[in-house]
Design a binder for this molecule. Structure first.
Ligand code: UDP
Length: 407
């Protein structure tokens, strides 16, 4: 199939770890590469955020990355990109009139808006992975939510327009059903993990304390990293390594890092907390393998790829029991759940895990088995391609295309 992916803010070529570059970038890059490996042709359309980028470039996995001119060619926070979506849609329409894909897979609501506008007049079907929903963000962030004011209206409109929603977990399906169910249905396909990179065997970084906790991810407030820092107060002889944020040289200018450093000072644990800055993907497995536990305790989480990466490395994830994490991490079997926002409970859970190496080993082994059985990208991409095919083959679509004289 000819697949067009649209990922307006999250380029598959970006360096991940910063405020707006994380799971979606990793997801789009890995899914596109695996679809290419399975014989599909994939173009990823993403916004140009640097004047030096070539118009089109072949990505690592063989997918073509198309840099779309929409808005200034500099980094712009994703919540400020909404005004440029008309231009984005116009460029897509121009590309697709010349060379129509069989299917468009949009990632995030703004990409879906541009995609529907460009694709539907041409009779090209659109599926969407939201990655995050405006309703959930609004509920959790309230006044602090910087999403454009029309986000919920646009998301509701999209649910009536797209040919399928690919939800990453059942929790998202329940949210969508409450919000205004997708007219043409949703299919649950989880995010994946690179099983060739994240594996239980291989080197592990050296430790400096009896126990080690690792956190990986964007350091925005909702990720709950301050709670992990606080939990250290009750965990003697334990070090905390935090990967994410800007590069190591820019750590001291980053507001999230400064906030977390102040929290560590305030709790009297700063000697035991190390900020690594963003860590490149090839170095992550050895960092994860060096941990007794990989902690991921956001206040809400649409999916959460880091716990999968931990499981694939055979290290138990300790996660907050929210969103997709409740489904990917099986409590007491492949990791442990804690309530979000409760550092004391987190400390107790980690303390119990440290005290029971047999439990840690059992969780780690079961996690690696589950990651291998369910979450490898070849399986996730094949399921995604099967949805594309179903959508393309839908009888209504075939009829309307025949009626319109085909494409
Ligand atoms: N990540 C990384 N290096 C870093 C920080 C994060 O490679 O320094 C990756 C991490 O391994 C994961 C992704 O960024 O694959 C974060 O995805 P997740 O779903 O956990 O969070 P999101 O960013 O989508 O909120």
């Amino acid at each position: 199939m000819k697949v067009a992916m649209v990922s307006e803010h999250a380029s598959p070529l970006a360096v991940v770890g910063g405020a707006d570059a994380g799971g979606q970038n990793v997801h789009v890059a890995a899914l596109a590469a695996e679809l290419v490996r399975q014989g599909h042709r994939v173009v990823v359309h993403t916004r140009r955020d640097d004047p030096g980028l070539p118009p089109r470039v072949l990505g690592g996995g063989g997918a073509l990355v198309d840099h779309v001119d929409a808005g200034p060619p500099v980094p712009v926070p994703k919540d400020e990109l909404r005004p440029y979506m008309d231009d984005f849609a116009a460029v897509l329409a121009q590309r697709w009139r010349r060379d129509p894909p069989d299917i468009v897979h949009a990632h995030f609501w703004m990409s879906a808006l541009a995609s529907v506008r460009a694709a539907q007049p041409l009779g090209i079907p659109v599926v969407v992975t939201f990655h995050a929903l405006g309703t959930v963000k609004q509920r959790h962030q309230g006044e602090a939510d910087t999403s454009p004011p029309d986000r919920l209206d646009v998301e509701r409109w999209l649910l009536g327009k797209v040919d399928r929603v690919i939800a990453t977990c059942w929790d998202e399906v329940a949210e969508l059903d409450r919000f205004g169910p997708p007219a043409k249905g949703a299919t649950v396909i989880p995010c994946g993990v690179d099983l060739a990179l994240f594996r239980p065997d291989g080197p592990a970084d050296a430790r400096r304390a009896g126990h080690r906790v690792v956190v990986v991810g964007r350091l925005v407030e909702r990720k709950g990293v301050a709670d992990v820092i606080k939990a250290l107060t009750w965990l003697p002889d334990t070090e905390l390594l935090i990967a994410g944020g800007p590069g190591r040289d820019e750590l001291h200018g980053d507001p999230d890092v400064l906030r977390l450093m102040a929290a560590a000072e305030g709790c009297g644990v700063s000697q035991r907390v190390r900020f690594l800055g963003r860590v490149c993907r090839s170095e992550l497995p050895q960092l994860l393998r060096s941990a007794d536990a990989v902690v991921n305790v956001p206040y809400y989480e649409p999916f959460g790829m880091v716990p999968l990466e931990a499981m694939a490395c055979g290290v138990p994830p300790v996660v907050s029991a929210v969103g997709g994490l409740r489904e990917s991490v099986v409590d007491g079997e492949t990791g442990l759940h804690v309530p979000p926002g409760e550092p004391r409970r987190l400390a107790d859970t980690l303390g119990a895990l440290f005290a029971d190496p047999a439990l840690a080993r059992r969780l780690g082994e079961a996690g690696a088995r589950r990651a291998g059985a369910v979450y490898g990208w070849p399986r996730v991409a094949a399921r995604t391609a099967a949805v594309y095919q179903q959508v393309v083959d839908e009888p209504d679509r075939a009829r309307s295309l025949t009626g319109a004289g085909g494409r």
